[in-house]
Design a protein around this ligand. Sequence first.
Ligand SMILES: Cc1cc2nc3c(=O)[nH]c(=O)nc-3n(C[C@H](O)[C@H](O)[C@H](O)COP(=O)(O)OP(=O)(O)OC[C@H]3O[C@@H](n4cnc5c(N)ncnc54)[C@H](O)[C@@H]3O)c2cc1C
Length: 426
Amino acid sequence: MENKSIWEDTVHIGSYPKLDHSIKTDVLVIGGGITGILCASELKKRGHEVVLVEQKRIGGGITKNTTAFISALHETLYQDVVHKYGYKYASDYLRLNLMAIEEYKKLRQKYDFDFKECPSTMFTAMNDDVILKEKKILDSLNYHTELIESLPLEDVSIKLGIRFNNQGRLNPLKLINALAEDLSIYEETRITKLQKNVAYTEKYRIEFNNVIVATHYPFINRFGLYFLKLRQRISYIVSLNHKEIDGTYCSIDSGLYFRGYDDNLIIGGYDRDTKEPCNKMFLKRISSLYGFNQINYSWTNQDVMTLDGIPYIGKYSLMRKNWFVATGFNMWGFTWAMVSSKVLSDMIEGKEEIKLISPNRSIWHKQLFINIGTTIVNMLKIKKPRCTHLKVALKYNKIDKTWECPAHGSRYDDNFNVINDPAVKK
Ligand SMILES: Cc1cc2nc3c(=O)[nH]c(=O)nc-3n(C[C@H](O)[C@H](O)[C@H](O)COP(=O)(O)OP(=O)(O)OC[C@H]3O[C@@H](n4cnc5c(N)ncnc54)[C@H](O)[C@@H]3O)c2cc1C
């Protein structure tokens, strides 16, 4: 089965010209995924002159392969945030994500992107203490949640779940398409170099006052140490013929997640870091539960994970006051992309960074040392081929038939065409 998502196959995205002369703009947004599109759209709404450039086609990056749950309930992140940073930061985390959901509800009144308001559930088949702890923390943040003991899917076991009501789900490419129509966009326009106030494509210059790097994996290595602060995680997804189910669901132990979309059921899971071996059991398990013939799409996707599970939204580096970044969404990019659009627009208008999500917060986490270790070990290997990003030795994945960078997550097909960033060329 072809590696293609249900969104990519069913939504026709409009096309935009290639940049063919040098230009000037107030704000340049680099990257035409959900983050770049929402940022450009918000800035335009506030009256800024904004240009968005995309190296391939808009919506063609990670966004085309997402599952698009719109939820403020992210595994059991509230207890992690309280443990690492205290209740004040957990309260900020909740406030920002709930704000993002309300913004999607406002957008729904203007655009059709199959937004459906629905509950969002995290559940366990084993460890109900974790769910009860999450509930207790949310109670103390004065946020109402419900405990549930059954799921709409008979084949998935549950002991206990926690539910947020009034969350949502949507069609990601319909949203991108709708918002893009009002924007000034150049496709097939890759930024190869960034200086203080100028971005360069192969042939042209774009002068700007402010720039937002919304490229999923930040592509400038010289500032911000993103190649040490980020790793990538891959997930496997299928869509199958199934009666419509309401809501979005994630298991905190097996890692399986699912949602409905019309007469389709989208199921994902079997996540792994790019340094870990591929597990070929996902398709087998789904086929054995539902029958191979029921599967209509099958695809993979990967997202960037931060050191502490909280994204980097703010100044790209303390050395560059007019460069902004939004990355490290830890598989929850839809609410965070919306937060990015508001926070970065505010910052461009002079507001302070939000500490919880500042890219320049402390990096002293256990994961930093794991990332450094993985990078060094794989850089020192004398094996070929090497990744074009930072020359790390690539590992072959026989099951997916891909070459993968264990340190930064770039992936290539058998002919060394780039499937996933940060690598951009063969
Ligand atoms: C399996 C999976 C399921 C997920 N499900 C959910 C979910 O249910 N809910 C949720 O909230 N989040 C989810 N996420 C996360 C979410 O999909 C991503 O965080 C989000 O789509 C990232 O969007 P983006 O715009 O930052 O990146 P992208 O969509 O990758 O966009 C970045 C764009 O930048 C372009 N670009 C890169 N470099 C350059 C350059 N130098 N010049 C010009 N353009 C450039 C790329 O071509 C690309 O189009 C999921 C992630 C995965 C992996």
